[in-house]
Design a protein around this ligand. Structure first.
Ligand code: PEP
Length: 245
């Protein structure tokens, strides 16, 4: 269960949240817990998660290791600060910051080069769904984002299916709609990577909350959740980690 905090929380807020999360989930052994704090809080959060079952990731990286790229953050820096994961191609980055399947592909490759596990976000817009283009869009995204990866690399990353119309809108895909696309992603994987299709983890994201989490997680091809809004409050994130209403 992964919490994407987006551009929220000061260092103090992030530290307090992480302390509380650690206390309330120290008995959880069957769910991997992952948080994505903002860059500025990564160092402090990393100090809190030592000796815990909580993992940490960054919300973005640049596709080079170092150099004259003012304002960007290297995957090496993210690794150095304690991250094991990185979000790549979140729809907000595609929408506001010009991220494309091509830049996502470059970022996945560099992330893997330094040993970070990418969580690669894909998903259709409302227009694409209405025009019956969901499956075309998803297939194109999987193929272009993962282009040139070995079967081993494709198996070790995580895919997050996040329909753009469901992110931050309160409109969740029904469990059936989500399952249908997750199963399709596995089919596309099967065509390209064969056995990796059964091993790949596919998370669902888009207005996941304590009321809909268990139904979504019960779907056979949904392996976890990527959560924005409901990961910001301890009460709801703890429920999500434990699949409680
Ligand atoms: C997200 O940020 O990836 C997300 C799914 O947000 P929300 O849960 O708020 O829809």
């Amino acid at each position: 269960m992964a919490g994407n905090w987006k551009m929220n929380k000061t260092i103090l807020e992030a530290t307090n949240f992480t302390k509380a999360l650690k206390n309330s989930t120290n008995d959880v052994t069957d769910v991997d817990i992952l948080i994505f704090p903002p860059f500025t809080a990564l160092y402090a959060v990393n100090n809190e998660i030592k000796n815990s079952n909580i993992n940490m990731g960054a919300q973005n990286i640049f596709w080079e290791l170092k150099g004259a790229f003012t304002g960007e953050i290297s995957p090496l820096m993210i690794k150095d600060i304690g991250c094991s994961y990185v979000l790549i191609g979140h729809s907000e980055r595609r929408q506001y910051f010009g991220e494309t399947n091509e830049t996502v592909n470059k970022k996945i490759k560099i992330a893997m080069e330094v040993g970070l596990i990418p969580i690669v976000c894909i998903g259709e817009t409302l227009k694409e769904r209405k025009d019956n283009n969901t499956f075309n869009t998803i297939e194109k995204q999987v193929k272009e984002c993962l282009m040139g990866l070995s079967t081993e690399q494709a198996t070790s990353l995580v895919v997050a299916y996040e329909p753009v119309w469901a992110i931050g809108t309160g409109k969740t895909a029904t469990p059936e709609q989500a399952q249908e696309v997750h199963s399709f992603i596995r089919k596309v994987y099967k065509k390209i990577y064969n056995s990796a299709a059964d091993k790949i983890r596919i998370l669902y994201g888009g207005s996941v909350n304590p009321n809909n989490v268990s139904e979504l997680m019960n779907q056979s091809d949904i392996d976890g959740g990527l959560v924005g809004g409901a990961s910001l409050e301890m009460e709801s994130f703890e429920k999500l980690v434990k699949y409680l209403k």
